[in-house]
Design a protein around this ligand. Sequence first.
Ligand code: ADP
Ligand code: MG
Length: 348
Amino acid sequence: MSNTTIGIIGGGQLGSMLSSGAKNLNIKTVVISDDKDAPAQFFADEFIFCKYDDDLKIQEFCNKVDFVTFEFENIPYSTLSKINEIKKINPKPSINKILQNRLNEKDFLNNNNIRTTSYISVKNESELKSSKDFIPGILKTCTLGYDGKGQYKINNEKELDNLKINFENNYILEKLVKLKKEISVIITRFGPQEYEIYDPIENVHEDQILKYSKIPAEINENLFNQSKECAMHIAEELGYIGSMCVEYFIDKNENLYVNEIAPRVHNSGHLTINAYNVSQFENHIRAICGLNKVETKKLYNAKMVNLIGEDILVYRNKKLKDNEFFFDYLKNTIKENRKMGHLTVIEK
Ligand code: ADP
Ligand code: MG
């Protein structure tokens, strides 16, 4: 029995699956969240409910754990750096600071000669009106957006002129890519030049929310290699420890663009639980605890479907085949566009 305990900041489904991954390794988990209904409390050994600026609770959390990680990137930087002074956090808070802001993230990528969509910073009405070169495009809040939240598609100049935005946040306007496909690559970095990397995953979004993922991705060998190499380059440049995900666009001419980087485990990697010998979650725990790297191998081809809103209801009573794996996130209320669970089907 190991004596290690890890602390996870954030209590959503990724926190739940990280807790289950830790359990496989006999590692205990303490989840801290500002949502008293956080579903990860049903999977963790211990749960602390508090605001992220509650210093006493944060101290209590740190006292209980050996290593700290997080399951969502929008934790205030001040909270992360405070915790990092007491217990080691991986990935490092400085990485989070870059990646939790879409503009900083894209600047970082371009400074490293990695191709992204073309983009422009938009801080006010007049900058917006003079950004016609980026239309058709998508206006996105620089911070705090997810699952398409805080995003506005602008199809033509007329829509641009009619768009009403209150500029409480800074925005980025990205030129629309004529998408052929979207893929993602999940990589776990253990240290300098030490990786486990999963094969590219093909993703389908509906209303800007991930709906389906599958392996193998139907892409040519060049894109297969390029997307993996690029993920390694990014992880190395960031000095990243743990699992991270690089989301890519592929356009009609087979060009590869990085869309965004998630400094955490990722929804598109849920199928690694059933399709690989070591999941993205277990690899993440291994890396942040400094455990041995185990050669990560694909066991099966697989497909995953996100169960969004009421999709979950049918599955709660469904008899499953032996190649189907149903995950119920145990969220207390069903909401439209809320990820409630997922189903992975492996090809045996
Ligand atoms: P989120 O943080 O919500 O995942 P993304 O920037 O990844 O935000 O956007 C969500 C989805 O919206 C993408 O996966 C893609 O399907 C679509 N999308 C976003 N930006 C663009 C773009 N510049 N061109 C084409 N499609 C886009
Ligand atoms: Mg995304």
